[in-house]
Design a protein around this ligand. Structure first.
Ligand SMILES: Cc1cc2nc3c(=O)[nH]c(=O)nc-3n(C[C@H](O)[C@H](O)[C@H](O)COP(=O)(O)OP(=O)(O)OC[C@H]3O[C@@H](n4cnc5c(N)ncnc54)[C@H](O)[C@@H]3O)c2cc1C
Length: 404
């Protein structure tokens, strides 16, 4: 009798590929199902990959790793008008980060997995009905289908996401010599930001994202205006992707593993992209490796709690920084960015400890930030696990439609 445990990985982007990698290394018989084909797949993300050493590929241009990013530049402005004033800027090292052609990275990773014996099925969309059949047929099912996840569609609970960011992006050709080899993020006094992630001096992924509360009436017009005021080429509508990033921790940790069906959710399907920046690739890979490790130890029931514990510091940091964008305080935000300058970009996103140590070197600013009752309230709520998902009813999502 074949004793090799079997797993179906649904979705073959960063989270699915990492899950297949981890599970295959741990001795599982892995079948991966991806809705699209790798060579046709459209890019729908900024393509900046941090913590890239977790991806088991040589970091070459042939594998899609175009620009080993030296630094991320961050600028804060007090508005979106032409007379906007800069309130602070910082440069953040990016020791393990690349600006990529993500399609190529995914294709290379899928090729590597296929060569090692993973059964990679492209152009194969799994339906909600099939999800339950798979749950019967495999020892484990990994839902890496992004958001809203296939599991939430099958359980008719796509409304479980408590908020979202809307983001537009395009790969454009033009003069980026003032940015390259660095990349740039610009905060302009709304909850969200614009970016230019340069691949070469003449090519970059540019984009813009807004929290749902701050989104404009006409996304495309706002995107074009942002490119214009930042001196970047105007993207065409045809080449522009629009997508939605759910706000984590919008999923109840208890929903990231469904023991009745042995379905585990990873990456965006688990709602774990950063709730301030929307960055989610390193988080997706981390969640997948964690799920693989626990599946190999036959301890998947520990996954929700462990994933939540690993992500919580990042959620806490995001909720505090978001306070200053939501309440329109670009002066404090600008000073904070300036004070953080020199840190690694992954730590800025994900390590409150490192951020606190850095801010503590600026006592006046520290007091300006943490002397606010509302900020302390947010810290307390995060520390005591009081998140908005506790009041989210089940049901269909109002945010599934991402057309524009
Ligand atoms: C505009 C934008 C810019 C971003 N920029 C960055 C960035 O620069 N850096 C960063 O780290 N993060 C970024 N993010 C976030 C990042 O894109 C996501 O967090 C990340 O893609 C999550 O990976 P995933 O594999 O979980 O999900 P996804 O990338 O959404 O992949 C899900 C996969 O599942 C497949 N699939 C879906 N349904 C089915 C089905 N029924 N059957 C089979 N397959 C299915 C899809 O085709 C897809 O390939 C950005 C997001 C947006 C929207």
């Amino acid at each position: 009798m074949n004793q090799t445990p079997t797993v179906a990985v649904l979705g073959g982007a960063m989270a699915g590929l990492a899950a297949a990698e981890g599970l295959h290394s741990d001795g599982f018989d892995v079948e991966l199902y991806e809705r699209q084909t790798y060579n046709e797949k459209r890019v729908n993300c900024g393509e900046a990959m941090t913590a890239a050493s977790a991806i088991p590929l040589e970091k070459t241009a042939e594998n899609g790793f175009i620009n080993p990013l030296p630094e991320m530049e961050v600028e804060v402005y007090d508005g979106v008008q032409s007379d906007r004033q800069c309130t602070g800027r910082g440069r953040f090292t990016a020791s393990d980060a690349y600006i990529t052609d993500r399609n190529v990275v995914e294709q290379s990773w899928a090729d590597r997995l296929a060569q090692r014996g993973v059964d990679v099925n492209e152009n194969r969309s799994i339906t909600p009905t099939e999800l339950f059949e798979f749950a019967d047929g495999y020892d484990v099912v990994v839902d890496a289908t992004g958001q809203p996840s296939l599991t939430s569609k099958a359980l008719q609970s796509t409304g479980e996401y408590s908020g979202y960011l809307v983001a537009l992006n395009a790969d454009v050709v033009g003069d980026f010599s003032d940015v390259y080899p660095n990349s740039r993020i610009i905060l302009e006094n709304y909850t969200g930001y614009t970016w230019a992630f340069s691949k070469t001096p003449n090519r970059a992924n540019v984009g813009i994202g807004w929290a749902v509360s701050d989104r404009p009436d006409d996304y495309m017009a706002a995107f074009k205006r942002a490119c214009e005021r930042n001196g970047w080429p105007e993207p065409t509508r045809e080449r522009t992707n629009v997508a939605i990033i759910p706000e984590g921790p919008s999923l109840d940790p208890q929903r990231t593993y469904h023991p009745d069906y042995s379905i585990v959710r990873v990456g965006d399907a688990a709602g774990i992209a950063n709730r301030l920046t929307g960055k989610g690739i390193s988080q997706a890979i981390q969640s997948s490796y964690l799920a693989a490790e626990l599946a190999a130890e036959n301890r998947l029931e520990a996954y929700p709690e462990q994933l939540y514990r690993e992500m919580k510091p990042e959620y806490l940091l995001a909720t505090v920084i978001r306070y200053f964008t939501e309440t329109r305080q670009p002066q404090i935000l600008g000073k904070a960015i300036q004070a953080g300058s020199g840190m690694d970009i992954e730590a800025v996103d994900r390590s409150p400890r490192d951020v606190l140590i850095q801010l503590a070197r600026h006592p006046r600013l520290f007091v300006q930030i943490f002397g606010k009752r509302k900020v302390l309230q947010r810290v307390y709520q995060a520390a005591t696990d009081q998140w908005e998902y506790t009041s989210i009813p089940d049901g269909e999502s109002p945010i599934v439609d991402s057309s524009f």
